[in-house]
Design a protein around this ligand. Sequence first.
Ligand code: BGC
Length: 473
Amino acid sequence: MRETTQPRTSRYVLAVGLVLLLCGLLFGYDQGVISGALSGIEEDFDPSTLVIEIITSWVTLGAMVGALVAGVLADRLGRRFTLVLASGIFVAGALLEALAPGTVVLVVGRLVLGAGVGIASVAGPLYGAENAAARDRGRMVSLYQMAVTIGIFLAYFADYLLIESNGWRLMLGISAVPAVVLVLVIWPLRDSATWYAKVGRRTDAEAVVRLAEPDVDAAARVDEIERGLASEQAASWGEVFSPTWRKPLVVAAGLAVLQQLTGINAIIYYANTIFAAAGFDSPTQQSLATLWAVGGVNVLATLIAVVYVDRFGRKPLLMIGSTGMLLSLLLVAGAFARLDEVTASDSAAHGPSNAGLLALVGMVTFIASFAFSLGPIVWTVINEVFPSHVRGKGVAAATALNWFAAWVVTQTFLSVVDLTSTSGAFLIFAFFCVVTLFFVHRYLPETKGRTLEEVQEMWTDPDALQQAISSRD
Ligand code: BGC
C-alpha cells in the first residue's frame, strides 16, 4: 500500500479528542436532563412556578460564573488540572441534586453543577484547540458541537427510560458517571504545550509536541508558540472594550445574546412541559416526543452545519436558519392559540389533537433550523472575529453573556406563559428572530474562507468591512 502524505492524527491527539467529547457530553446532558426530571420533582416537592424556574435555570447562572473564572483558573492551574477540578465540582453538584431532601439543596446542587459545566465549557475547548495540530483544529470544534447535541439526546433517552418510575434522582445523578470517566481519561495525559510554554516549562512543552505532532520539529514548534504568546500578552480588559475592537465585540455579543433570546433553551429545558400542553398526555408520550423531535433532530441537523459551514458560508446559513426559526415559531404560536381555544371550550380529547401535532411539526422545524445555523455558527463566529491578542477575553465575555441570556430565558419562560399565554411566549421569540435577521444582514461580515489575520484587518478598513457585510446573504 502507498504511504499517504497526510500525517496521521496521533493517538495522543485522539485521547485529547476523547476529553473534548466527554466535556461536550457533560454540557449537553445537563442542558437536556431537567426536561424529564421536572415532573417527578413537582410530584415530590410541589414547588411554585418560580421555584420550578429557579431549579431549571440556576444551572446557567452557575455556568456563567464558572465561565468567567475558568480563564484565570486555566492559566494558573493549567488546562488539565482545571478540567479535573471541574469534574470534581461536577460530581459534587450531581450528588447534591440526586440526594436532595428538598428544593433548597436541589437548587444549591444545580448551581454547583452549573459552575462545573461553565468551567469545562471554556477549559475543554481550550485544551482541545491547543493540543491539536492546525489541520485538526476545525474538526475539534465540530466534534465539541456534535458532542453537546449528543449529550442532550442521551439525557432525553435517560429521561424516557426513567420517567415512568419517577426516577428523577437517578436521571440527575447519572451525570456524575461521565465526569468520573473524564478524570480517568485526562489523568495520564499532559497539559497543553501552550500552557507549559506560558509558565516557562519548555522541556515539558517540547515533550507534548512530540506526543501530539510526532512528525514536526518540537523545538521549532515551541519557538513558534512562544512568539505567539509574546504578542498576545498585551491585551487588558480595557483593550477588549476599546473603540478599536468595538465592532467585533458588538458582533460577538449580539450573536451570543440573540442565540438565546430566540428561545432555544426554553424548548430544550421545558420540552416535556410544552408537549404536555400540546396534548401529549402521559409522561412517556412526552418523553418520546422530546427524545426524537427535539433530541434526535438536533443531532442530525448539527451534522448539516458541520458539513456545509465552510462551503455555504456563515451568513447564508444564518439567514436561512433564522427565517426557518421565525416561520416555525409562528406556526407553534398559532397551534397553541388554537389549543387554548379547544381547552377553553372543554372539548379536549385524549392524546395530541391536530393543533398539538401542528405544534410538534413547528418544534421539529424550529430545532432543525436552529441546529444548522445559530446553534453552531454563533460559536464559530465568536471564535474567529477577535484579533488574537484580545481573543481569550473577548470569547470569555461573549460566552458569559450567552449564559446570562440563557438564564433570563429559562428563568422567565413559565412566568411569561402564565402572564400572557404559550403562544404569547413563542411570539416574543419570533420577534427576536426578526431582530436576528436584521442584525446578521446589517452587521455581520462574511468570514468564510478568510484567514484570521484577514478578518482582523477588515475591522480597521471600512471599505473591506462593508464589502464583507454586503457579500451574498
Ligand atoms: C447553545 C446552547 C443550546 C444548544 C442546543 C448551543 O449552541 O449555546 O445554549 O442548548 O446549542 O443544541
